[in-house]
Design a protein around this ligand. Structure first.
Ligand code: F0G
Length: 451
């Protein structure tokens, strides 16, 4: 790795180490906190290593027309801001990133916010935002000569890791909570050749076990405690800024599980701000499922100062996490940008997901918390109609088709979860009906369909 340009700084005690000195669990040996990648050369205003904002914007635009493979990656197109490798020849890429930003016409109208967009990270090669982080961390693992990589996962991390490991010719180990991840994701890990262990515990249990395993075996840990993951996951912030011609939106809203993604997006915007690529940072808000809401509870209790782990329960299995590793980093992002942390109910998630689907933008339940959260923020008056808002949709709808089918069949939510939302739900439900193979029967089904 390029030790000249980057170092790791402990988020807790501020200790600085070289990348190669990190412990296998990526925790500080002095205080136990997580590390962040830092680029000391960027601090000197006129230093030779500080990237120049204007030149970067030009270079990144030029790369869109390039024929080089590395330039086709929406992560490595921005490689000047993630100089973590000794050689970019070690990049393992599936052409991740470059995901679409869609205007949300219907939701914008319903909420009275004209400028409402979705950054659809589910359009990545394995169907989730994890690919942007995995290309970065897996490339580091490959460059360091690891044979094995591993992660604990609620499904998407394992799918991404398995795919990138397969591309790099590395072996991968996946620990997942038994029976608590969506089939689409499990099938991916199997298909990409990972050794997949379903453990009789939850995600938090899987991660703490893996943390011990990597201390005993030469396995490179690829959960988002690995700071190189976040270097890749910060690049959607660059894409968002670029899409708005470097006038950042007022507000970016993302789901919160283990809280690596919100931390990474915040780091991306912060670095752009410090390097003069953008003039201000957007507010960044994090939305959790009510049954897996330790950070939302923390903000309600003491504004993000302490975290009490919870036993997590939600059908949005991607974010079924009760003891998020990166909560301190995420709390800093929310506080420094003036964003919020809220939770939303199972019913609110299901309705928001169906509303996005009805706009042609299918996503995972975990992604839909963003729209559900925005509705709450608008209702509280925290988001104004004049603001530009971007929802980060983190996963593809096909990851969890069972959830969608159950919603439309009316078997997803129980009565108490659907309470107060019955009207919205019945308007959105489109169950597949069994119909005689005649013209009249098919045309008869069109009658009474709500707008
Ligand atoms: N959305 C989706 C679709 C996810 O898969 C995850 C996390 C999140 C949101 C939350 O992101 O953890 O960075 O706050 N999934 C992890 C996994 C935990 O194992 O796939 P976070």
């Amino acid at each position: 790795m390029n030790e000249n340009l980057h170092q790791l700084r402990c988020f807790g005690c501020g200790a600085r180490i070289k990348g190669a000195e990190a412990q296998p669990d990526f925790r500080c040996s002095a205080c136990g906190e997580l590390f962040e990648v830092e680029y000391p050369g960027w601090k000197e205003k006129k230093g030779p290593e500080r990237p120049l904002a204007g030149a970067l914007k030009w270079l990144w635009r030029e790369r869109r027309a390039s024929h080089e493979n590395i330039d086709h990656s929406g992560v490595w197109r921005f490689r000047e801001l993630l100089p973590i490798l000794d050689s970019f020849g070690n990049v393992v890429s599936l052409r991740e990133g470059n995901t679409p930003l869609y205007h949300l016409h219907r939701a914008a109208k319903a909420l009275g916010i004209d400028q409402l967009y979705a950054k659809h990270q589910g359009m990545n090669p394995t169907g989730s935002f994890k690919d942007t982080g995995m290309t970065a961390a897996l490339s580091v693992a490959k460059e360091r000569g690891f044979e094995w990589v591993a992660c604990a996962s609620t499904g998407n991390t394992s799918a991404a890791m398995a795919a990138y490991a397969a591309r790099a010719g590395l072996k991968s180990l996946v620990l997942i909570p038994e029976g608590k991840i969506a089939w689409g994701k499990l099938s991916q890990a199997m298909d990409y050749g990972a050794v997949t262990c379903q453990l009789n515990t939850d995600f938090d249990g899987c991660l703490s076990l893996l943390t011990e395993i990597v201390k005993q075996a030469p396995i490179h840990l690829l959960n988002s405690v690995n700071p190189y993951r976040l270097e890749g996951q910060k690049t959607p912030a660059f894409e968002i800024a670029e899409a708005f011609d470097w006038n950042v939106p007022d507000h970016v809203i993302c789901p919160g599980g283990n809280l690596g993604n919100s931390s990474a997006l915040g780091k991306g915007f912060r670095e752009m701000f410090e390097l003069g690529l953008i003039a201000r940072m957007p507010k960044i808000s994090v939305i959790q499922a009510a049954g897996a809401n330790p950070l939302a509870q923390s903000f309600a209790r003491d504004n993000g100062a302490t975290l009490e782990p919870v036993e997590a329960h939600t059908r949005a299995t991607a974010i079924r996490i009760g003891n998020p590793a990166s909560w301190r980093k995420a709390a800093r992002v929310i506080l420094e940008t003036g964003g919020w942390c809220l939770d939303v109910s199972e019913g609110e998630i299901a309705v928001a997901k169906a509303e996005l689907g009805a706009e042609g933008l299918g996503c995972e339940p975990a992604s839909a918390v963003t729209l559900a959260g925005l509705k709450k923020l608008v209702a509280k008056g925290s988001v104004k109609s004049s603001e530009t808002v971007v929802l980060v949709l983190t996963g593809h709808t096909l990851k969890d088709a069972d959830y969608t089918i159950d919603f439309h069949r009316g078997t997803l939510l129980d009565e108490s979860e659907a309470k107060g939302l019955e009207g919205a739900i019945s308007k959105l439900q489109r169950n597949a009906v069994v119909v005689d193979a005649t013209i009249d029967a098919v045309l008869a089904t069109l009658k009474g369909v709500s707008a």
